[in-house]
Design a protein. Structure first.
Length: 116
């Protein structure tokens, strides 16, 4: 559960920052992807853990200091894709077979530029 809480917290901080620096935005889409290690052939195979859309006005009234980040993520998104398994609600990669937009996004990430 700690991993889901940490990922949700990072997403929420990023969303709040995006709305803060761009007051004209009404919504934000965000994708949380893994930074994978290289395989034996030197290739990376990133996964998407969360894909979500946030509406600015849905964040009004959120009790940020008393509510867990995973709960906030579930409650304030207008669109949410994630897969959690087991009692601990472990985040697992989303199946991307039928999601060409997310596949294209992952292929556009330059891990060398990120220093990963």
């Amino acid at each position: 559960m700690w991993h889901a809480t940490a990922v949700a917290g990072c997403i929420l901080v990023t969303v709040k920052e995006a709305f803060a620096v761009a007051p004209g935005l009404n919504s934000v889409r965000i994708v949380a992807a893994t930074t994978p290690e290289r395989d034996a052939y030197g290739n990376r195979h990133p996964d998407v853990l969360v894909a979500a859309r946030f509406e600015r006005d849905w964040l009004d009234g959120v009790q940020w200091t008393t509510t867990e980040s995973a709960r906030i993520l579930n409650d304030v998104t207008s669109e949410l894709q994630l897969k959690q398994v087991g009692v601990s609600k472990t985040l697992t990669p989303l199946p991307l077979d039928e999601q060409p937009e997310l596949q294209a996004l992952l292929s556009a990430i330059d891990y060398e530029e990120l220093g990963a």
